[in-house]
Design a protein. Structure first.
Length: 128
C-alpha cells in the first residue's frame, strides 16, 4: 500500500472500524490468533495516528487566496511587524509576516514589485 495514496488514512481507519465492529467473528486464517490480531490493530492505530499528524503538519491553509503551509505560520506566529511595529492579529498579516517578515501594509509599501531588494535584506529603517 503506497503512503502517497490519498485514501490511505481512510482505508486504515475503515479497517480499524471494521475490525472493532467484527470482534466476535473468527478470522478464517489458520495462523491467526488473538495476540496477533491485537498487535495488528495496534499497528493500524499507530499508522493511522502517524498519518493524521503528518497530514495536519503539512496542511496548507488558504489566506487571501494564497496557499501557505500551516507549519510556517505556527512556527513564526509573530504578531508585531518588525518594520512598522504594529501588532496584527489578521490571518492575512500572518501570511505576509511568515513569508516576508512584515505585515500586509508594509508588503504593499515596500516589498511588492521590489521583492529582490527586500530579499537581499533591505529594510526601510531610516525612512518615514
Ligand atoms: Zn508593517
Amino acid at each position: 500500500m503506497s503512503k502517497k495514496d490519498p485514501n490511505y488514512v481512510a482505508k486504515v481507519e475503515y479497517a480499524i472500524a471494521e475490525k472493532y465492529g467484527d470482534e466476535t467473528i473468527q478470522n478464517p486464517k489458520a495462523n491467526w490468533n488473538e495476540e496477533k490480531e491485537k498487535e495488528y490493530l495496534e499497528q493500524l492505530k499507530k499508522v493511522a495516528k502517524k498519518e493524521n499528524t503528518k497530514k495536519d503538519k503539512n496542511e496548507k491553509i488558504k489566506v487571501e487566496g494564497v496557499l501557505i503551509n500551516r507549519k510556517l505560520i505556527n512556527k513564526k506566529g509573530k504578531r508585531k511587524c518588525p518594520v512598522c511595529e504594529i501588532y496584527s492579529f489578521s490571518g492575512q498579516d500572518d501570511m505576509y509576516m511568515a513569508k516576508y517578515e512584515c505585515c500586509f501594509k508594509c508588503y504593499v509599501q515596500y516589498v511588492e514589485d521590489r521583492e529582490e531588494r527586500w530579499n537581499s535584506g533591505w529594510r526601510p529603517k531610516n525612512e518615514n
